[in-house]
Design a binder for this molecule. Structure first.
Ligand code: 13P
Length: 336
């Protein structure tokens, strides 16, 4: 077993999942402004540290994705943030892309940037304690999109990123997100996600990536957010499994889904059904941002000094997601 494979399995095994706490300062500022909390670096740390030092970390969280600001911060207990995360048994990770920008040649689409100087930044993050990384690219669905140009250029960057990360001894999370925005059908989502994921693996293999040392972070198969033809969670689970079975080489250790704007409960229910029906050899778990943090953030905003209360809300959510990652969640357990 390679070192990279061991890291990936440590992050994903035993029902554990990933806490995506890597919102950029811009995104985090919007989230804090929405709840009327000033977006200072102290407040951003206060909320995040309350999650990273919660009891739920030990049983549920195998990895935490950080943003550049957070990986360099020191906790109240004087541990660095990566030390705090490692002390709970989780692996510290870092978002390394620098965001999705307008794609030259198809300005209604996006290209994710961040390759310039990446090899040097990776070395610095490794020294700070990171052992895995994330790069997210995004694709919109409409009758003409995603274009071949956007698919080809984004998966090329993803593969170059992944190879640089493995060269530096870290596990790359490969995240080709087909967005929920729009009124497309679930079948459109299935078709476009399949096309993107297949192309992504073609490119990863062309770049000689060790597939046993990556984590795929895909979207689930859903109808568009404004479509009136929503599908059931059962259908989402079945279509998501079909898509991944047809598009993903069997060598990868696991899949960690993004929540992508689903409610906390939907993201949990869908993951649970995916695991109930899972007939692949992949671990199927979560790498949620909003679906792990939303309730905790709302609770915290009422009294930002109430760390224990915030942790209780987060622990419950993390526990529910971890049950879902083992196909053991139910609506009854959720309520109790
Ligand atoms: P969401 O679960 O909120 O979609 O965030 C996950 C993530 O890391 C997106 O890149």
């Amino acid at each position: 077993m390679s070192e990279l494979n061991k890291i990936a399995l440590k992050i994903l095994s035993n029902g554990k999942g990933i806490l995506a706490a890597d919102e950029s300062t811009g995104t985090m500022t919007k989230r804090l402004e929405d709840i009327n909390v000033p977006s200072t670096s102290e407040n951003r740390l206060l909320f995040r540290e309350s999650l990273f030092s919660s009891g739920g970390m030990k049983n549920s969280i195998g990895g935490v994705i950080l943003y550049d600001e957070t990986i360099k911060q020191t906790s109240n207990s004087n541990k660095t943030i990566p030390e705090l995360i490692s002390s709970s048994g989780a692996v510290p990770g870092i978002k390394v892309d620098t965001g999705a920008k307008v794609l030259a040649g198809s300005p209604e689409e996006k290209i994710t940037e961040g390759l310039d100087g990446l090899r040097e930044r990776l070395k610095e993050y490794f020294k700070l304690g990171a052992r895995f990384t994330k790069w997210r690219c995004v694709f919109n669905i409409s009758n003409k999109y995603p274009s071949k140009l956007s698919i080809d250029s984004n998966v090329h960057s993803l593969a170059r990123y992944a190879m640089l990360v493995q060269e530096c001894g870290m596990v790359p999370i490969v995240e080709p997100e087909v967005l929920m925005d729009g009124n497309h059908s679930a079948q459109d989502c299935f078709n476009k996600t399949s096309e993107v994921v297949k192309k992504c693996f073609e490119e990863l293999m062309f770049h000689n990536i060790d597939l046993t040392g990556i984590i795929l972070k895909p979207n689930m198969i859903l109808a568009g957010a404004s479509s009136d033809k929503k599908i059931s969670s059962e259908e989402t689970a079945k279509l998501t499994l079909k898509c991944l079975k047809e598009s993903v080489p069997t060598d990868i250790p696991g899949v960690a889904f993004l929540s992508g704007g689903q409610t906390e409960i939907k993201a949990t229910e869908n993951l649970n059904l995916i695991n109930k029906h899972n007939d692949t050899n992949f671990i199927m778990t979560y790498s949620y941002g909003r679906a792990l943090q939303q309730s905790a953030l709302k609770f915290w905003s009422k009294d930002i000094k109430n760390t224990q209360g915030t942790q209780k809300v987060f622990n419950h959510r993390a526990n529910m997601c971890t049950l879902a990652a083992q196909g053991k969640w139910s609506a009854e357990i959720e309520k109790n």
